[in-house]
Design a protein around this ligand. Structure first.
Ligand code: GUN
Length: 282
């Protein structure tokens, strides 16, 4: 069965839209999400546009702030700090990756944890690891929702996460562990990857390596979540999982596009409402 992330995300955004309207009535203004885009990476531009569009749908004011690829680190830090100091801004997202002259850690550090809708600030990362209240990163949060949508309990299952990024692999592994899965993190140095992935009741692949996982590497009946998005032609995107072969073996599988991507955006909207609510004490 195909896990239709676009449809599930649409349902989430519709309920968030009602929640946003109630919060806005109480606050006397809409929540505001600032999205910072540096440079003209076409993929980043597409993602930022879809975030702004989703914000408009939900009833969140999207404030897009753009900088040329040549922007200096101090100028960018000052701009992000100004957004952070602006009491009318509830959430700040800086689209990654950033150009080489910018240290992303310095940029993420100037966003207060209370406005960190991505959950990338070290304080939110630490809180997630400690099991404290925090903003949960959007992509891992959306992946858990997708798995839950299958009705399959995560508790006790073997989960394999391929990829160890700070954005997806590491936080997702912790969320799966919190749900009592037995979690393995595999990566580019893993020997005999197929023997590991074939044990997975839940297999999540987030490497950016198009077609890395084929049907022979999937356990029959598994839930397969494909986080990869590689543009292989102007009109074609390809995931990290070979959909044609893996879909013959899996019980549930996400398509690319239309799987994880829309869920990430929906979770960003949810995180923005959570920040709005807690900042304003609504
Ligand atoms: N680049 C790729 N994924 C993400 C994300 O979830 N948030 C931000 N800010 N940048 C990204």
């Amino acid at each position: 069965m195909i896990l239709d992330g676009a449809a599930i995300a649409q349902g989430v955004k519709e309920s968030l839209r009602q929640r946003a309207a109630k919060l806005a009535a109480r606050a006397g203004r809409k929540p505001c999400l600032a999205v910072v885009l540096v440079g003209d990476n076409p993929a980043s531009r597409t993602y930022v546009q879809s975030k702004i569009k989703a914000a408009a749908f939900v009833g969140i004011e999207g404030r897009e702030v753009e900088f040329p690829a040549t922007v200096g680190e101090e100028e960018l830090l000052d701009a992000v700090a100004a957004l952070d100091a602006d009491s009318l801004v509830d959430g700040i997202l800086v689209q990654l990756p950033l150009p080489a002259q910018i240290n992303p850690d310095r940029v993420l550090d100037v966003i207060s944890p209370a406005k960190d809708v991505d959950g990338f600030h070290p304080q939110n990362v630490a809180s997630l690891q400690l099991g404290r209240h925090c903003t949960v990163p959007c992509t891992p949060k959306g992946i858990i929702r997708l798995i839950d949508s299958t009705g399959t309990p995560i508790d006790g299952k073997t989960a394999v996460v391929v990829g160890r990024s700070n954005i997806v692999g590491k936080p997702l592994a912790k969320l799966l562990l919190d749900r009592n899965a037995t979690v393995t993190i595999a990566h580019s140095h893993t020997q005999d990857l197929a023997s590991i992935t074939r044990q997975a009741d839940i297999l999540v692949v987030a490497t950016g390596h198009a077609g890395l996982i084929d049907g022979s590497m999937v356990k029959p009946g598994a839930i397969v979540i494909d986080v990869g998005i590689t543009r292989i032609s102007p009109t074609r995107l390809k995931g990290d999982v070979d959909f044609a072969s893996a879909s013959q073996v899996a019980a549930f599988i996400t398509p690319v596009p239309g799987g994880v991507g829309p869920m990430t955006v929906a979770m960003l909207m949810e995180n923005t409402l959570e920040c709005f609510e807690s900042r304003l004490g609504l």
